[in-house]
Ligand binder design. Structure first.
Ligand code: ZN
Length: 202
């Protein structure tokens, strides 16, 4: 199982980190050991002093395919979830400044919070609303209407390079409002106003 993540897929988020708006999807990956399931707590790692939350809609790939054409892309995902792409922003900034890969800042253990899955048929995929609260206050709010590269485009683009396999996940990018978390914080993610996951920082 592979976990793909898309960077800078919401213009307002790209701007808040002073990045250019991409002209092609920016892809990185996390290993399966990054998954944090079942509302388990997240233990703040000692290698960072600036851990950020990034709430994201996650696609679940439902069949194998490569070089998928736009007309068929929507047949390759059947469920969505909500997740967090935890990021060690201090490590990422240091790596970015040297043009080095981001893995240790993005792919560490438990860095990929994931909710249960929901049938995609229950949603208008061009306008899925989601938000994240920290200690009860909304810190990030988005709609898939604002995606720079929509779900079908991501499926086509990723599958040019990587064979998609049933069960692969795609974290589709985070809207503006990313920020630091501290030990003691509680994050809760909502899909269309329904609680999807809860994650306590310990
Ligand atoms: Zn992200």
């Amino acid at each position: 199982m592979k976990i793909f993540c898309i960077g800078r897929n919401y213009a307002e988020h790209a701007k808040e980190l002073k990045n250019d708006i991409p002209t092609k999807p920016l892809i990185f990956m996390k290993p399966p050991t990054a998954l944090l399931l079942d509302n388990k707590p997240f233990y703040y790692p000692d290698f960072t002093k600036n851990l950020h939350h990034e709430v994201e809609v996650v696609l679940r790939v439902c069949k194998n395919g490569k070089q998928i054409q736009p007309a068929f892309a929507s047949k390759y995902y059947d469920k969505i979830a909500l997740g967090i792409d935890f990021t060690a922003r201090d490590l990422q900034d240091a790596l970015k400044s040297k043009g080095q890969p981001w893995e240790i800042a993005k792919g560490f253990d438990s860095s990929a919070v994931l909710s249960d899955f929901f049938d995609i048929s229950k949603f208008d995929i061009s306008n899925i609303h989601f938000h994240l609260t920290k200690n009860g206050q909304t810190v990030q709010k988005g709609t898939t209407q604002d995606l720079i590269f929509n779900f079908d485009t991501l499926i086509c683009y990723i599958s040019k390079f990587f064979t998609l396999q049933q069960g692969d996940l795609i974290y589709t990018g985070t809207p503006a409002g990313v920020g630091a978390v501290q030990i003691g914080d509680v994050l809760e993610g909502f899909l269309e106003e329904q609680s999807a996951f809860r994650c306590a920082i310990k």
